[in-house]
Ligand binder design. Structure first.
Ligand code: ASP
Length: 318
């Protein structure tokens, strides 16, 4: 595995939450919390990254992650370049590494990479110059570390600590990088009762998600849960034949107000988005009083500010 930390223990790359210490995750979340403002208030701005350049290299579609990395960098005073990879030289056969070396020669300090192929962020990280950092913005089904952090921050804001909570992650766990990053974040922060709830075909391999209980029934999976994280069916990672029928899926696994009533009163509902209303979640729940889905989006900018500062600004201690 590519080393994410510098010899002095500070964060250089962020490719996965696996193996990051609780202390480091908590410091990133504390820093991110300092960047959160109520809706309607002016977002925080600083010049801590003036003169630094962040490149967004996305080869898979993204709305929230790309925009929030861009806003995060700009609010810290950095310059940002967004590479529309479809339009760039990659379609002419230039390898990802050649693109990265080109950007590096232009003094880009941080490469934010989303790619459908497993291993791409790590192979870039293994080849960049020592002053360059690589941040994963979503790697195949494997990892989405800033999503894991923003989800943990959202839980912490509503439930104070993750210790003692019952958290259910529901849906297409098998193909979800969000579920994998949430798993590492939630477990490292002390969540003992972590449940994965999915139809058998969408369960991950037995050796993954160690320590989680597995439920094929939504009812038992949600019973007395404090947090319910709903996931999208990752059509793009499935063969056509394996796609569940949308109506049948909703009938068994869709989150409705009646089903949510089986969770603990005051349970929060989360979703990384994009949502398929009427497939994994009903609009009543997505827009209802227990939904914190928009808090997740707001926290995404704050977390990405904290991560950019941690890798770029020496001496932040994160
Ligand atoms: N936006 C999240 C991701 O990139 C979740 C999803 O696409 O369903 O993984």
């Amino acid at each position: 595995m590519t080393e994410q930390l510098r010899p002095d223990g500070t964060l250089r790359h962020l490719l996965t939450l696996e193996g990051l210490s609780r202390d480091m995750i908590e410091r990133l979340l504390d820093r991110a919390q300092g960047f959160v403002r109520p809706l309607g208030a002016r977002p925080p701005v600083s010049q801590s990254l003036t003169g630094r350049t962040v490149a967004n290299l996305f080869t898979e579609p993204s709305t929230r992650t790309r925009v929030s990395f861009e806003l995060a960098a700009k609010r810290l005073g950095a310059d940002v370049v967004n590479l529309e990879v479809q339009l760039s030289s990659r379609v002419k056969g230039e390898s990802m590494l050649d693109t990265v070396y080109t950007l590096q020669a232009m003094h880009v300090d941080v490469m934010v990479i989303r790619d459908a192929e497993a291993g791409v962020p790590a192979s870039v990280a293994a080849n960049v110059a020592p002053h360059v950092s690589v941040l994963s913005a979503g790697e195949a089904h494997v990892s989405h570390p800033t999503q894991g952090l923003l989800d943990a921050l959202t839980v912490r804001q509503h439930k104070k600590s993750l210790e003692g909570l019952s958290i259910a992650i529901v849906g297409d766990i098998r193909h979800s990088r969000v579920a994998r990053s949430d798993y590492y974040a939630f477990r490292t922060l002390g969540c003992v009762d972590l449940r994965i709830v999915a139809p058998p075909a969408l369960m991950p391999a037995a050796e993954e998600f160690a320590g989680c209980s597995r439920h094929t029934s939504l009812k038992t999976g949600l019973k007395d849960a404090d947090v319910v994280m709903m996931l999208r069916i990752q059509r793009e990672r499935m063969g056509h034949a394996n796609l569940p029928d949308a109506d049948r899926y909703f009938a068994k696994y869709g989150l409705t107000p009646e089903r949510l009533a089986g969770a603990r009163p005051g349970a929060i509902v989360m979703h990384p988005q994009p949502m398929n209303r009427g497939i994994e979640i009903s609009s009543d729940v997505a827009d209802g009083p227990q939904s914190v889905i928009r808090d997740q989006v707001r926290n995404g900018v704050a977390v990405r500010m904290a991560v950019l500062e941690a890798v770029l600004a020496a001496g932040t201690g994160a």
